[in-house]
Structures are given as C-alpha cells and as structure tokens.
Design a binder for this molecule. Structure first.
Ligand code: COA
Length: 390
C-alpha cells in the first residue's frame, strides 16, 4: 500500500486472463525428436505435456488474448488503462516492445507500455512495479502481462532443455482502491554473477546474428540444470519467508503459494524447506511445462478458476530464473469485481471497442505510409553564422 495525499492506496487484482496455444506436445511426442522418454521426464520434472505456439501465434498474439480476457473479467475498458507492462524473454521484436503492440491492438489509447526482461521472474517483477506505481498514485489501472514463445528459442536437439519449456500467456489487471488488500508486499532481487547458468548467448549486442551463431545454436536456451536447480530451491524458501514477513504475516496466514512452474522437484524441495503442506502449493506444470514469465499468471488464473483462491485469502507469488533474478509478492485476494451498471451507450461502446481498435490501427499504419510518401523527409535546419535558424 502507499499514501496518496492523506489516504492509503492499495493495488488490487481485479481481473485475470490466460491464453495457451491449442497444440499439445506430450512427452511421447518429444521422445520422437530426442532420445528421452515419459519415464525419464516425469519423475525428474513433473511435466507431462506442454503447449506449442502455432505459426500465427506469438508473444504478442498470446499476450493480447490474455490481456483482453483479464480486462473482460474486470469489466474495464482498454481506454481506462494507464500503463501496460509485458514481462517476456521472447519478445515479438527487439523493438518495438511487445507491450506497445498489445496497447495498439487493445486500443488502450491512454496507456504507456513497455516490456520487462527478468527471465522467469518477469511477471512478479512487473506486478511489483505495477503495484508500486498504483500505490504511489501514478495510475489507476495497470495491465500486467507475462507472455512467452519459448518454443522459438528452444534447442530441439538438446534433451536436457527441450523437455522443460512451453508457450502461453497470462495477465492481470491492477486497480487502485482505498480498501485494504491487494498487493501487500513485494521483493525483487538479482545476482548477475549467475548469468551464464541460464542464457541465450546470441542475438543481442554482444553476439549479433551471424551464420556462425546459428550453426552453433547460440540463439537457443543453454542451461546448467543442476546449478539452476540449487539456486531455485534456495531463493524460493528465503524470498517467500522474507516477503511474507514484510507483509506483517506468518507462513501460517498464507492460504496458497503460487510458485513459478519450473520443475515439480524444485517446488517440492522449497515446500519442504518452508515446512508447509503440499496442499497449500499450486501446481499445474504437468500440463504446460515451464512457460517462464507466463507461468505465474497462468497458475494464478487456474487457481482462481478452480476455487483454490477465495476472497480474503492471502497468497504468495514467487518467480525465479535467468538473470539470475527472483521476485516474490504477498497478495490479499479481493472480492470478485462488482458488475458495473452500464448504460446502453456504454454497452455499445464496449462491444465495438476491440473491432474499432483493429480498424484504427490499420488506418493509422496506412496513414503513416501515405504521410511519409506525401511529405517526404523533414527539411534539415541550418544555422547561419549569427546562430539563427534558416
Ligand atoms: N532424457 C533422458 N536422459 C537425459 C535427459 C532426457 N531428457 N536429459 C538429460 N539426460 C541424461 C544426461 O545426458 C545425463 O546422462 P549421462 O549421465 O549419461 O551423461 C544424465 O541424464 C544426467 O544429466 P543431468 O543434466 O545431470 O540431469 P539432471 O538430473 O540434473 O536433470 C534437469 C536435468 C534439467 C531435469 C534438472 O537439472 C533440472 O530440473 N534443473 C532445473 C532446470 C530448471 O528448472 N530451469 C529453469 C529454471 S527457471
């Protein structure tokens, strides 16, 4: 919570949404590509299948679908959103940001937008920033998205990594409220000395794309699985305790823990270290594998959908991964969003807003091309010897 003037402002999660590609890849399917088996994968990871983005699906399309579902759940119009943060390790492009593409497609015409890169901790990082912007009075409504197409940066010849990852997206809507609750405490941390443990070496400014980088598979995920495993179990335990204490609570007050869905063994080890019962830890990685920054919002959505989170519950979200980076948040779940009474005109606006956003985007794209042809380049300004513009 934060002070705005004399009142305390809280950031509540009032909408949630997810999208997963329809294409399922089972462990049996993977065993046709690399030398592995369901019998090897399940006991070591808990993963049985994952979703793989189709040719027309990407971080943008999936993030958009999840964001739209979250706005619909909150009954909030995209024009009411002040900021869009998209956590992703697999952005649509280096730039523009995936968040800006989602902003345009939603028709969120009053929103700022940026991507956030913090590996699999990205969503919880973004939630922490979004909550603090709301608590500081910066915005009333913020969309926080995690969207990933990890299948596009997976080395499908490396059985040590390709079994782990999947694609998907999740999103939440944060809204300012004077009612106590919402995001109660957050924590973000990093240890860049472990950067090499989980890395896509090429494609950035150090190693731009070249025939050599492609031949060496340097545009795909490289991981020291054992070290990442040790790091993960360490930080989940420590950061969970810290963030719960920061919220003025104890572990006993937490109804549900929603950790990053990387590996069942990591979650089990952390659960043992925390001394909490497995029934209080949400797991859905058997269906999706590790979807990086999409995994926490995907798990959160499913936990709400299946009734594992109820109004008033305290929950802890934990993310960890490449960076190394990790983050945690304590959230008190609020009551379900009150359905707003809308006039006929407002209902008509609501129904038309997304088709209109598409038309607006197309028209503007065409206009930028026409404007560029008609007006050409801006004339260079020259300055005479007296320093005056000519
Ligand atoms: N199928 C069959 N055998 C496999 C295999 C697979 N998919 N992957 C690795 N192996 C083999 C290795 O080749 C090696 O064989 P060898 O002993 O003959 O050389 C053996 O299994 C052990 O390999 P290792 O990499 O040491 O396995 P591991 O016990 O550490 O398990 C992981 C690998 C990836 C399951 C495990 O390290 C892990 O879960 N790490 C955390 C990863 C993670 O969650 N990362 C994301 C965090 S955000």
């Amino acid at each position: 919570m934060g002070h705005v003037g004399d009142t305390l402002t809280y950031a509540h999660i009032v909408g949630w949404g997810k999208y997963v590609p329809p294409k399922v890849m089972t462990n049996a399917d993977i065993s046709k590509i690399v030398d592995t088996s369901d019998e090897w994968i399940v006991p070591r990871t808990g993963i049985r299948e994952r979703r793989i983005a189709g040719p027309k699906e990407s971080a943008f399309t999936m993030g958009y679908a999840a964001a739209r579902a979250a706005l619909d759940k909150a009954d909030i119009l995209p024009t009411e959103v002040g900021l869009i943060i998209c956590a992703t390790a697999t952005p649509e492009h280096t730039f523009p940001s995936t968040a800006s593409l989602i902003q345009d497609a939603l028709g969120a015409t009053h929103a700022g937008a940026f991507d956030l890169s913090a590996g699999c901790a990205g969503f919880v990082y973004a939630l922490s920033i979004g909550a603090q912007v709301i608590q500081g009075g910066g915005h009333q409504v913020i969309l926080v998205i995690g969207s990933e197409t990890l299948s596009r940066i997976t080395n499908w010849k490396d059985r040590g990594t390709c079994i782990l990852f999947g694609d998907g997206a999740g999103a939440v809507v944060l809204q300012a409220s004077e009612q106590r609750g919402g995001v109660l405490s957050t924590l973000v941390r990093s240890d860049g000395s472990g950067g090499d443990l989980l890395i896509v070496p090429a494609g950035g400014s150090k190693l731009p794309a070249s025939p050599e980088t492609i031949l060496r598979n340097q545009h795909t995920i490289q991981m020291d699985g054992r070290e990442v495993f040790r790091f993960a179990t360490r930080v989940v335990d420590k950061s969970t305790r810290e963030v719960v204490e920061k919220a003025g609570l104890t572990l006993d007050d937490i109804e549900l823990f929603v950790p990053h869905q990387a590996n069942l063994r990591i979650i089990q080890a952390a659960t043992r270290a925390l001394g909490v019962d497995e029934s209080r830890v949400f797991v859905n990685l058997e269906k999706y594998g590790n979807t990086s920054s999409a995994s926490v919002p995907l798990a959160l959505c499913e936990a709400v959908e299946c009734g594992r989170i109820r109004p008033g519950d305290h929950i802890v979200l934990i993310g960890f991964g490449a960076g190394l980076a990790w983050a945690a948040a304590t959230v008190q779940w609020g009551p379900p969003p009150e359905p707003r009474k809308r006039t006929v005109r407002e209902k008509a606006v609501r129904a038309a807003i997304y088709p209109f956003a598409q038309i607006r985007s197309r028209v503007l794209r065409v206009w930028y091309r026409i404007e560029s042809r008609l007006l050409g380049s801006p004339k260079p300004t020259s300055i005479d010897k007296d320093g005056k513009k000519k």
